[in-house]
Design a protein around this ligand. Structure first.
Ligand code: ZN
Ligand code: ZN
Length: 161
């Protein structure tokens, strides 16, 4: 029996999940998928500028695992830019610690803890809200994984992979 692999910790969902070159029909392009754990590795190291050590701790994975993730992530982003591949973000064994909500009426985007629920936009009070974690098939699963403070529920804590 293999040990269950612990899901990787992602701060919040990406704002965008699909990228393609302008002026080319998607069906003519080769597709590539950037997994959510690769996205997070890329964000932490190359956008925020964390060291591999810091970023591995943030995702609660080992440093070698982080290094593999950042290498595949960079390769995929490079293929998108250089070869014009269509890049879609999704998948990976992850859970989100926070959620992002986008208001369909005023466009306001705000962050809530993954366990929180929100009924209306704090700016325009619209109830037409888009739940970005839900768009990646997450939400309730993450809430069972992380507590209100973004830490793990004790019984789910397992060794780092
Ligand atoms: Zn609004
Ligand atoms: Zn989840």
């Amino acid at each position: 029996m293999s040990r269950p692999r612990k899901n990787r910790s992602i701060f919040e969902p990406p704002l965008f999940s699909d990228f393609k070159p302008v002026g080319v029909f998607g069906r003519y392009l080769k597709g590539i998928t950037l997994r959510l754990d690769e996205f997070e590795a890329f964000r932490l190291a190359d956008f925020i500028g964390m060291t591999h050590e810091e970023a591995a701790a943030e995702m609660d994975i080992s440093r070698p695992t982080f290094t593999r993730l950042i290498e595949t992530a960079r390769k995929k982003v490079a293929e998108m830019i250089i070869e014009g591949k269509r890049l879609t973000i999704g998948g990976g064994e992850i859970h989100f610690r926070n959620n992002l909500i986008r208001c369909s009426d005023c466009g306001h985007i705000f962050r809530i803890n993954i366990n929180q629920n929100v009924a209306e936009c704090p700016v325009c009070h619209s109830t037409r809200l888009i739940n970005l974690a839900g768009g990646f098939g997450h939400g309730r699963c993450c809430g069972q994984y992380f507590n209100q403070k973004g830490g793990y529920h004790a019984k789910r804590r397992q060794n780092r992979t």
